[in-house]
Write a protein that binds this ligand. Structure first.
Ligand SMILES: [Zn+2]
Length: 338
């Protein structure tokens, strides 16, 4: 008999909301720092792990950007991605659509090619090495200018065979989706898929704007849709997937406690929810840990857990490989809970 935790670790799932820079564990940060001759302002991994216990979004972002200094070479990005893929595979992730933040690296002097090619060294071999298929999604930092986003998209043109879509992340409030209308139009013209963070800290109107102005196919977080019944109705009708990140919501105080998370009510309302890890090194768990936490705290039934797993593959950008999607979905249906 499988233990409940192990059971959810082997439930096949796709991860659709994962920032690769947010998978940097303290041990790897120190290893990369030593290799690259970067001095971190922490005496030990334990001291750094203490710093991971931040209290709000800004203190998280400060640390998140500070630690990026250790990512300098293609090999650093390759090692970062491989470390994530290994952990994800151990938690039942069969397919991962991975966000990266080019501007966080180009702004400190790195070439975009170093980032993309480094990540691709891991992603391109991920099915063989980890049993995880992957897609790469380029995210614009919404607290940077629209012009900077456009320049980033322009710089990414040589790498579009590696990039499936674009997203929008970082500090949400005060940076509405409409600010990025032009760059999303340009991305669509290049044939890129479109997602955006909306309705995490920002109001439900940002979700509407992301759909209507940016043409997003999935909404990242989207939690605050529950405040607008007409929006919920629309999201249900149009089967718009939401990439929820329960442990992240607790750590960033989007909800007071996990027990207050609206996931069960959202599923009852018919919303197409998925469960993801966001920045797992910082928020206390990877994809399987998030599944385990919501089952444990929110009392989700096996049917609901299977629905979440099914949704993750249905919401993934596997239109270019429907055979693979069908195989994953069959695995979900065939999965037996003990
Ligand atoms: Zn996120």
């Amino acid at each position: 008999m499988k233990r409940p935790y192990d059971e959810l670790m082997s439930l096949p799932k796709a991860e659709l909301h994962l920032h690769i820079e947010g998978t940097l564990e303290p041990e790897l940060a120190f290893e990369l720092a030593a290799r690259g001759g970067v001095t971190l302002p922490y005496a030990s991994t334990d001291e750094l792990r203490e710093a991971y216990r931040f209290e709000d979004l800004q203190s998280f972002l400060n640390l998140y950007y500070e630690l990026m200094a250790v990512l300098r070479t293609e090999r650093d990005f390759e090692d970062l991605a491989n470390a994530y893929l290994e952990r994800a595979a151990a938690q039942g992730v069969r397919h991962a659509e991975i966000f990266f933040d080019p501007q966080a690296h180009t702004s400190r002097g790195l070439e975009l090619g170093t980032v993309v090619e480094g990540l691709w060294r891991a992603l391109g071999n991920s099915e063989a090495n980890h049993g995880v298929s992957t897609r790469l999604i380029l995210c614009f930092l919404r607290d940077e200018s629209a012009a900077s986003a456009l320049a980033t998209l322009e710089a990414a043109k040589p790498y579009l065979d590696r990039i499936t879509g674009v997203g929008l992340d970082s500090a949400e409030v005060g940076h509405p989706p409409v600010k990025f209308r032009e760059v999303y139009e340009a991305a669509a013209a290049l044939g890129l898929r479109r997602v955006a963070h909306a309705g995490e800290e920002g109001p439900p109107e940002y979700i509407v704007e992301a759909l209507d102005v940016l043409g997003v196919e999935r909404v990242d977080h989207g939690l605050r849709c529950v405040e607008d019944p007409a929006l919920v109705e629309r999201l249900v009708r149009d089967r718009v997937p939401l990439t929820l990140c329960p442990l992240s919501n607790v750590r960033l105080r989007t909800v007071d406690t996990l027990a207050d998370h609206p996931l069960p009510a959202m599923l009852d309302a018919g919303l197409m929810c998925t469960v993801n890890s966001d920045d797992p090194a910082y928020f206390g768990g990877y994809a399987g840990d998030n599944f385990d936490a919501v089952r444990e705290t929110l009392g989700l039934t096996e049917d609901r857990l299977r629905e979440l797993a099914r949704n993750s593959f249905l919401a993934s950008f596997l239109e270019d490989d429907e055979e693979l999607r069908a195989r994953y979905l069959a695995e979900v249906e065939a999965y037996t809970f003990t």
